[in-house]
Write a protein that binds this ligand. Sequence first.
Ligand code: PRP
Length: 184
Amino acid sequence: MQAVHEDIDRVLFTEEDLRARVKDMGRQITADHEGESLLVVSVLRGAAIFMADLVREIDLPLEMDYMAISSYGNGVKSSGIVRILKDLTSSVEGRHVLIAEDILDSGLTLKYLIRNLESRNPASIEVATLLRKKTKAQADIDCRYVGFECPDEFIVGYGMDYAERYRNLPYIGVLKPEVYERAQ
Ligand code: PRP
């Protein structure tokens, strides 16, 4: 993956950092939900890697399910109005739902998702986000579990992409500006 690594300016979270933090999060979720079973939900595609690692650190009975959403018009980030391309397979009613997100940026994706899932009468909804970006304009989202706070930079890896690349990096890094400036 040498060509891919060369596009990274610096590493923010190493593979070891991620493994250790995800393990902690899983332990905490397990302790907080003793005696319960969970429906763990993520939104494709970025969160799939985090969710896959997180569920293996949760020692509870659980189900995994996925949604795919697409933005109307100006995009999820600017409008927050989204369309469901693939809905959950499982019923949410009466379930303890844990949303696994890779990153909370504007918060519009989570705001939409929480509102949508709340309307299906779950027993509870909680959010575990691996990263929370430090941005000024972020929707007020109640995240029970946050892996790391991260700077407001263009980050990729561990599920996060630029133009669908870099998702397979085992670490999270800042993309060199010339990579996306080149494309403009
Ligand atoms: C990313 C990420 C979150 C969302 C966060 O998804 O996976 O779901 O953006 O941004 P927000 O807080 O500003 O809403 P993206 O739309 O890039 O799609 P992807 O998961 O396919 O990469």
